[in-house]
Design a protein around this ligand. Structure first.
Ligand SMILES: Nc1ncnc2c1ncn2[C@@H]1O[C@H](COP(=O)(O)OP(=O)(O)O)[C@@H](O)[C@H]1O
Ligand SMILES: [Mg+2]
Length: 185
């Protein structure tokens, strides 16, 4: 089972409202009805990213990880925006506000953590630049214990369940601020 994978009754998954009440502290579930909504959700989170934040995006091919990542880049202020790095392992995005870089890693093609060491993923994760990883399960051994896990699940052709799980106090604070800002108190 993937870390952060929610265990939900189908009735809860299919509920009409976009947000399902908090399941347990440090988690948040959202039902996205289309790709644009997923991008906007990512954008909201991207606006709130702090130096060194680590986002792990779990989910099958086509579930919406890259769409969300595009929104994160947009909200964070990336120039010119996050694009899918499936054929290039690491994309770095600068912004005008400061000298931080948003690091976008797609680990899909990695055989394992050793592969990731060849481009210094361990150093990237320890640095002050925010890092976003698709297919983080490929590099599980390198991931810090504290991070924000985001899992994308297919509900149907257009709808996705997006499940956030904060690991560690700092990410619980981030997720709570994100929840308030996105959905109100
Ligand atoms: N609610 C949704 N959220 C995200 N993508 C969606 C949604 N509904 C349909 N899609 C489509 O699903 C695909 C998601 O692709 P992508 O973000 O590259 O997935 P991944 O990176 O997880 O493999 C896109 O073609 C997008 O238009
Ligand atoms: Mg992708």
């Amino acid at each position: 089972m993937l870390p952060g994978r929610p265990l939900l009754a189908s009735s809860e998954l299919m509920r009409g409202s976009a947000v399902v009440p908090i399941l347990k502290p440090g988690t948040l579930e959202f039902i996205s009805h289309n790709a644009e909504q997923t991008i906007r959700l990512g954008q909201r989170l991207g606006e709130m990213l702090r130096p060194g934040d680590i986002l792990c995006l779990y989910g099958a091919l086509g579930a919406g990880k890259t769409a969300f990542a595009r929104g994160v880049g947009r909200g964070w202020g990336a120039i010119p925006g996050v694009t899918s790095p499936t054929f290039v392992l690491v994309h770095e995005h600068t912004r005008q506000a400061d000298d931080l870089r948003l690091i976008h890693v797609d680990a899909y093609r990695l055989a394992g953590p050793e592969d990731a060491l060849t481009f210094g993923l361990d150093e990237l994760l320890a640095d002050r630049h925010p890092v976003l990883i698709e297919w983080p399960e490929r590099v599980a051994e390198l991931l810090p214990a504290e991070r924000l896990n985001i899992t994308f699940n297919f509900l149907d052709s257009e709808r996705r369940q997006i499940f956030f799980e904060a690991l560690g106090k700092s990410y619980e604070d981030l997720l709570e601020a994100f929840r308030r800002r996105t959905f109100g108190a």
